[in-house]
Design a protein around this ligand. Structure first.
Ligand SMILES: Cc1ncc(COP(=O)(O)O)c(C=O)c1O
Length: 404
């Protein structure tokens, strides 16, 4: 296990808890909680605004946090990392600022059939508002993006291709550079949803080849309410702001206004400095563990869980083999509803997710209303897998009895 449970106060306080819902949100290490408390206890002031030393200190902490987070995701130009509330807000920023200004009737936006609603609905609605057309790339039977389908869909009308780096429901790790190359060959932008990637594998934005990359702090040991959009400077500079208010302006006249430089143009209002500081501490924490170890550890648990659960009759696992995914295990057990399964597991202290995982287009393609999802992270170990397997066996026995 790369991270001791004792680093995580909630897990340390609940030794019998088997937390297998880190794809929804991760637990937070003490180091992150301490960094946030320390900011509020020693440096709290509104950044950018005060002419006094304490405000300058808060401004510096915010600046340092941006540079730290930018380094974590391989961004050399830290001003191109915009803090947002999370992935949802980051993707909406592109959809509202870029897409609504740029799309015209007849244009096309391509998404894949495995997207989280956060990377589907903003494009669908931007297309509806502008007269553009949303096209959905189909998946292969084992839950990958069908690249032949993608090549067929992306053409001279395509303005933007939006896709997940890692699927939240299947765990599929997508070939980002290849998908970006398909988009760019048609002159379209590539937007990547990294919500399920940044917590689990090394992200190097400057090498990925995408134009925009979004992620959330709370899934990667950081606090809720902070995340980021990374974008190419030329695009961000050309885009209009999407939220208006303090900090994002240069000059406000009675009739019109001009905009501040990056990153401020896209960060209206008082920023979440404590959140940014906490996210920077999370980057320190994950880097100390080593992102290669993080992914290797998750995959080892995923392989173990796949083998053990695979022995159960009626169990279906969705997505590609363990070596090609993150630590996400989506499954169903015969005709047991995933919500019933999750409730039974909860009685044994096993937290899993059940439902459509904010991916209804994917559920339609899988032909199921819902799946159960166990997701592994740095603090999980083989005991958590065993508890999961025991719980699923128990559920199978209950439903076999009920059916008899
Ligand atoms: C793939 C993916 N995209 C986007 C999101 C939305 O993230 P947030 O709710 O942090 O904005 C999630 C959250 O589960 C996700 O898994």
């Amino acid at each position: 296990m790369p991270a001791p449970r004792t680093d995580f106060p909630l897990l340390a306080a609940n030794p019998a808890l088997h937390y297998l819902d880190s794809a929804a949100t991760s637990q937070k290490p003490r180091a992150v909680l301490d960094a946030m408390t320390e900011f509020y206890a020693t440096a709290n002031a509104n950044p950018h605004r005060g002419a006094y030393a304490l405000s300058a200190e808060a401004t510096q902490r915010y600046l340092d946090a941006r540079e730290r987070v930018a380094r974590f995701v391989g961004v050399a130009d830290a001003d191109c990392l915009l803090f947002t509330r999370g992935t949802t807000e980051a993707l909406n920023l592109v959809a509202w600022s870029w897409a609504r200004a740029q799309l015209r009737a007849g244009d096309e936006v391509v998404v894949t059939g495995m997207e989280h609603h956060a990377n589907f609905v903003p494009w669908q609605q931007a297309a509806l508002a502008t007269g553009a057309r949303l096209r959905v790339c189909e998946l292969t039977a084992d839950g990958r993006v069908d690249l032949d389908c993608l090549r067929g869909l992306v053409g001279r009308r395509t303005r933007l291709v939006a896709f997940a780096h890692v699927s939240n429901a299947l765990g599929t790790v997508n070939p980002v550079a290849e998908i970006a190359a398909i988009a760019h060959a048609a002159g379209a932008l590539a937007v990547c949803d990294g919500a399920q990637a940044a917590p689990h594998l090394r992200v190097d934005f400057d090498r990925l080849g995408v134009d925009f990359y979004a992620f959330s702090g709370h899934k990667m040991c950081g606090p809720m309410g902070i995340g980021a959009l990374v974008g190419r400077r030329a695009l961000l500079e050309a885009m209009p702001p999407w939220q208006m208010g303090g900090d994002m302006i240069e000059y406000v006249g009675d009739e019109s206004s001009t905009w501040n430089a990056l990153p401020h143009k896209f960060e209206a209002g008082t920023p979440n400095v404590a959140g940014a500081v906490g996210l920077a501490a999370a980057c320190d924490y994950l880097d100390a563990l080593g992102m290669d170890h993080v992914l290797a550890h998750e995959r080892a648990l995923l392989r173990l869980a796949t083998e053990r659960l695979g022995e159960l009759p009626g169990l279906t696992i969705y997505g590609p083999p363990a070596a090609e995914r993150s630590g996400v295990l989506g499954f169903t057990l015969a005709d047991v509803h995933p919500h019933d399964l999750a409730t039974i597991l909860d009685q044994a202290g096993v937290c899993i997710r059940a439902g459509h995982h904010c991916a209804q287009p994917l559920m339609r393609r899988l032909g199921v209303p819902a799946t159960a999802r166990a997701s592994f992270y740095v603090y999980n170990d083989a005991r958590d897998v065993e508890a999961l397997v025991r719980g699923v066996r128990h559920a199978a026995a209950i439903f076999a009895g009920a059916g008899a």
